[in-house]
Design a protein around this ligand. Structure first.
Ligand SMILES: Nc1nc2c(ncn2[C@@H]2O[C@H](COP(=O)(O)OP(=O)(O)OP(=O)(O)O)[C@@H](O)[C@H]2O)c(=O)[nH]1
Ligand SMILES: [Mg+2]
Length: 410
């Protein structure tokens, strides 16, 4: 295959690199050799983040163009590499020998033919306990892949965490990618799907890494979850919260039907206490998710769907419902107190009713506080953001990268 573009390289292989002295030169050589053999007019761009082990010099000596990036992180390095790349087609990979760069021609083929906008190198045929920890293979990757698929509104890729991809430079720059860490891969998948890009996957294997991994299972996993929450707050907060509320209602009903509780083997369970936890925690998750969904910086569709949360009418209703629930809880408590004080036994339903009164009080406080705070903050925000309509029926509010960066700073 000949891929040429008058004077400038047609393909740029972008390799983020942080302290990969053990193999960065081999990766550069492998990529350059593969492109030479396939008659591809290509370059290798290594993006270095102040490596202290001489990686930059080694990459340069092997024939790469080295670009320095000040902001640490896999995502910021790749973004800088995409901007610096001269090629019309970009291949992204790691500088750690895990991806088989001798297969670059195969990876870019669907893009060259115009059959796909993004080609993802599937790693599973090469995944074993030497190349990929079991936790990443069977938990991290499938869960994150499933969440990114749901966050982007449909099926996306089987391996959403692969770092071996090919695409057209202008298409990917148009996605307005903003994250700095390893969650960059998820952001790329979600935004590609939402932009309607045609994505295909090709099995590309996965080799054992040379040198130390820069991936931290839990902190990077948490960054992915934070990103997905901000991209699709309804997915991780609103729906799970509603499920918890529903469970709380069912358990409250069960308690009323059977105030003496339930025997589970040797255990005696009184569900009323857990029902309060479910109701309050679920409600808080729903309300937090609604707020985030209404103002999510990266999903205009979601923010329009949940824009009603920002309407003064909804906020006033929330305060009214909250105060009513609080009053009802206090009334039940008052009646119980009078009956107990008047030596008028309330039977075994007494503690159950007291616990329900407590639920009503807590739910009431939560609703009222939410309505009040939402009212105060939206008044403040509407003064500083003219695009925000006072009735909450937001017009299109474009993505604000600074907001996502502030999410990252948490
Ligand atoms: N420039 C730059 N590169 C980074 C940074 N963090 C990671 N990288 C590079 O990004 C690539 C991916 O990092 P890896 O440590 O391989 O992470 P991973 O591929 O998810 O994990 P492994 O399967 O263990 O390889 C490697 O080439 C790293 O050198 C960074 O802060 N700056
Ligand atoms: Mg790697």
């Amino acid at each position: 295959m000949t891929v040429e573009r008058g004077g400038r390289p047609a393909v740029s292989v972008v390799l983020p690199c942080f302290n990969e002295a053990g193999c960065v030169a081999d990766c550069v050589t492998e990529a350059l050799t593969a492109m030479r053999l396939a008659d591809i007019d290509g370059e290798v761009v290594v993006v270095d983040n102040n490596s202290t082990d001489g990686s930059a010099d080694l990459a340069r000596s092997a024939g790469a163009r080295v670009v320095h990036e000040e902001v640490p992180g896999y995502g910021s390095a790749l973004r800088t590499g995409f901007l610096a790349a001269d090629g019309e087609i970009i291949v992204m990979a790691d500088a750690d020998m895990t991806y088989d760069l001798s297969r670059i021609a195969e990876l870019i083929d669907p893009v060259v033919r115009g059959e796909a906008d993004l080609v993802n190198g599937l790693r599973f045929d090469g995944a074993n306990r030497h190349t990929m920890p079991l936790l990443h293979r069977w938990v991290g990757t499938p869960v994150l892949t499933m969440l990114t698929a749901r966050a982007s509104g449909g099926r996306t890729l089987r391996d959403g965490q692969s770092g071996f991809r090919a695409f057209r430079r202008d298409v990917i720059l148009g996605l307005d990618l903003v994250t700095n860490g390893m969650e960059f891969n998820s952001e790329m998948v979600v935004k590609s799907r939402r932009a309607g890009l045609r994505m295909v996957e090709i099995p590309m294997g996965y080799r054992e890494r040379v040198g130390d991994s820069k991936l931290s299972t839990f902190s990077d996993g948490w960054r992915h979850l934070r990103l997905i929450t901000s991209l699709a707050p309804d997915l991780l907060l609103v729906w799970p919260g509603l499920l918890l509320v529903a469970l709380g209602v069912v358990l409250t009903g069960a308690t009323l039907v059977r105030p003496s509780g339930f025997d589970l083997g040797a255990l005696h369970w009184q569900p009323v206490f857990f029902s309060t936890i479910c109701l309050v925690a679920g409600l808080q998750a729903v309300l937090a998710g609604l707020c985030l969904a209404a103002s999510t910086p990266v999903s205009p569709k979601v923010s329009v769907r949940y824009g009603f949360v920002l309407a003064p009418r909804f906020q006033r209703a929330s305060v009214t419902v909250g105060l009513s629930s609080l009053a009802a809880g206090l009334a039940v408590d008052g009646v119980l107190l009078l009956r107990w004080a008047g030596d008028d036994p309330v039977g075994e339903r007494g503690p159950v009713l007291a616990a329900m009164a407590q639920s009503l009080i807590l739910v009431g406080i939560t609703f009222a506080a939410f309505g009040l705070i939402a009212r105060l903050t939206s008044t403040a925000t509407s003064r500083s953001r003219p695009a925000f309509l006072a009735d909450g029926t937001s017009s299109h509010r474009s993505a604000d990268p600074t907001l996502i960066q502030s999410v990252e700073a948490v």
